[in-house]
Design a binder for this molecule. Structure first.
Ligand SMILES: [Zn+2]
Length: 442
C-alpha cells in the first residue's frame, strides 16, 4: 500500500477543493481518502505531497499518435488550399510512409509527451495503410513502455485500396480487441490499453464497410470511434451519395451506442445531435485542430449531453486545449463559461469508465488511482467555484509535477523512471527516414 500524504484534493465533478488530505492506494485502486491515514495503515509506504494539488487523471479523448513524428516536417508538400487537399498532400502521405519502426517511436514519443503534459490516458485513432496488420499492438507497446493508459483502433477506410483495404482495417480492429481480451485473462501485463472499433470518416467508408464495422462491434463488444463532419464536405458527400445525414446513416447500421466516440461534428444536423444524445454517445471537440485546418467552429457545444476534449494529433497538452476551447468559444460569442470547459475536460474519464468497466475521475475509494499531480502556487484563493477559472487563466502543463496511472508513478518530480534521451534521439533519426519515404510517394 502507498499513501500520498498531505495533498490538496481537487475534484472536478462535482467540484471541490480540500486541503491536508491523504490518499491510500492499494494496487491500481484508491482504498481510502481522509486525514492521518498513515496511523490507520502503519505498514504503508508514504509519499509526502507538501500540499501539492492531486487531481483526477486528465484524459485526451481524441488523438493520432501516428502523427508524432510530423512536428516541423520537411517534406515536399504541395500547396493545400482546403481541408481535403491537406489530407491528401500531408496526412494521407505521412500515414502511407509509416512502417513498424517509425510507428513504434511515434507512439512512444507521443505517450511520453502526453504524460509529461499531465495526461493519464489518451484515446488514439490510428492509420498506417502500408502497415495495417499488427499496427495497433505496436502502438500498444509504446503506451505500455511509457505507462500511459489509453485506447486505440484502426481507421477503417477504402481511400487507398477499396474493399481489400476495408477488410484489412476491420480485421486489425477485431484482432486487436481479441488480443486485449486474451491479455486481460492472461494478466501478465498491466491492463492499460483498450480497443475501439475504428473508422476514418463516413465519406471514406461505403455501406459494405459500415456492415463490416457493425459485425465487428457485435463480435467484440466494443464501440465505434470515427470522425464526422470535420468539414462540410463530409455532410455534402453523405447527402449526395446516400441521401442521409451523417449520424443518421451510421445509426441505420446500428453503429451508435454509449461506447461511441464521434470526433469533431462541426456540421451535424439537429437530428444527428438528437441521435447522439439518445444513445448517450460522446462528441469530442478538438478546437486547435479545427483552427489549424480552417474548417470552421463547432457552434453547438452546449447541445451535447456528453462532450469531451481532444487534440486530434496536436500533442496531448490538455491544459492548452482547454484554454483554446474556452477562448475560441468566447471569440465566437458563445454562452459557456470556464466551469463548462472544466466539465468537458473531465468527461474523458466517463469514456474510460464505459470502455474499461471500472470507475475513473474521482478521488474516492474504489476509483482507479490515475492522478495528475500539480505544484501550482496560486496567487488567489482556489475553491470549488473557480477551478475552471484557474485552469483557463492560470495553470498549465508546466504545473505538472507527477503523474500516477494504475497506482504507479509513471512520472515523478518531472522525471521519467527510465532514461528518455536515447529514445528521443532514435525517434529523430526515424523521423528523418519517414520524411524521406514520404517524398518518394506521389
Ligand atoms: Zn482526428
Amino acid at each position: 500500500m502507498l499513501i500520498l500524504k498531505n495533498a490538496t484534493l481537487v475534484q472536478f465533478e462535482p467540484a471541490s477543493v480540500s486541503e491536508g488530505q491523504d490518499i491510500a492506494i492499494e494496487g491500481a485502486l484508491i482504498k481510502e481518502v481522509g486525514s492521518h491515514l498513515s496511523a490507520r495503515y502503519p505498514q504503508a509506504a508514504v509519499k509526502e505531497m507538501q500540499g501539492k494539488l492531486v487531481m483526477p487523471g486528465i484524459v485526451c479523448a481524441h488523438n493520432h499518435f501516428y502523427s508524432g513524428l510530423a512536428r516541423g516536417i520537411m517534406a515536399n508538400i504541395k500547396p493545400s488550399p482546403d481541408f481535403i487537399s491537406t489530407l491528401k498532400n500531408l496526412w494521407w502521405r505521412l500515414d502511407r510512409a509509416l512502417d513498424e519502426e517509425s510507428l513504434y517511436y511515434s507512439g512512444l514519443i507521443c505517450s511520453l509527451e502526453a504524460i509529461k503534459s499531465g495526461c493519464t490516458a489518451v484515446i488514439d485513432h490510428h492509420a498506417s495503410p502500408n502497415y495495417i496488420r499488427g499496427s495497433l499492438n505496436t502502438l500498444r507497446q509504446g503506451f505500455l513502455k511509457a505507462g500511459l493508459r489509453g485506447m486505440t483502433c484502426y481507421e477503417t477506410t477504402d481511400r487507398n485500396g477499396g474493399l481489400r483495404e476495408l477488410r484489412e482495417g476491420v480485421e486489425e480492429n477485431i484482432d486487436f480487441a481479441n488480443q486485449i481480451d486474451a491479455a486481460k485473462t492472461g494478466g501478465r501485463v498491466p491492463y492499460l490499453v483498450e480497443a475501439h472499433i475504428g473508422a476514418h470518416a463516413p465519406f471514406t467508408v461505403p455501406d459494405e464497410g459500415l456492415s463490416m464495422l457493425a459485425e465487428a462491434l457485435r463480435a467484440t463488444g466494443r464501440g465505434l470511434h470515427i470522425h464526422a463532419a470535420e468539414d462540410r464536405y463530409d455532410v455534402s458527400h453523405s447527402h449526395d451519395k446516400y441521401g442521409l445525414d451523417l449520424i443518421e446513416r451510421l445509426d441505420k447500421f446500428g453503429l451508435i451506442d454509449e461506447k461511441t466516440l464521434v470526433a469533431h461534428g462541426l456540421y451535424l444536423s439537429d437530428k444527428d445531435i438528437e441521435i447522439i444524445n439518445r444513445h448517450r454517445a460522446f462528441l469530442v471537440h478538438n478546437p486547435r485542430s479545427n483552427m489549424n485546418n480552417h474548417v470552421g467552429y463547432n457552434q453547438r457545444l452546449g447541445g451535447y449531453n456528453h462532450l469531451a476534449l481532444g487534440t486530434d494529433g496536436i500533442g496531448a497538452d490538455m491544459f492548452e486545449e482547454m484554454k483554446f476551447a474556452f477562448f475560441k468559444h468566447r471569440d465566437a460569442g458563445g454562452p459557456l463559461w470556464p466551469d463548462s470547459f472544466l466539465r468537458f475536460l473531465h468527461a474523458g474519464n466517463e469514456l474510460l469508465a464505459r470502455n474499461f468497466g471500472a470507475q475513473f475521475g474521482r478521488l474516492q475509494a474504489g476509483y482507479k488511482a490515475d492522478f495528475t499531480i500539480c505544484d501550482y502556487a496560486s496567487p488567489t484563493p482556489l475553491v470549488a467555484e473557480n477551478i475552471g477559472g484557474h485552469l483557463a487563466f492560470g495553470m498549465s502543463a508546466n504545473s505538472v509535477h507527477s503523474v500516477m496511472v494504475e497506482g504507479r508513478m509513471v512520472y515523478e518530480a518531472r522525471q521519467f523512471p527510465f532514461e528518455v534521451e536515447s529514445i528521443y534521439a532514435e525517434a529523430s533519426r526515424s523521423a528523418m527516414r519517414l520524411w524521406q519515404r514520404m517524398d518518394a510517394l506521389s
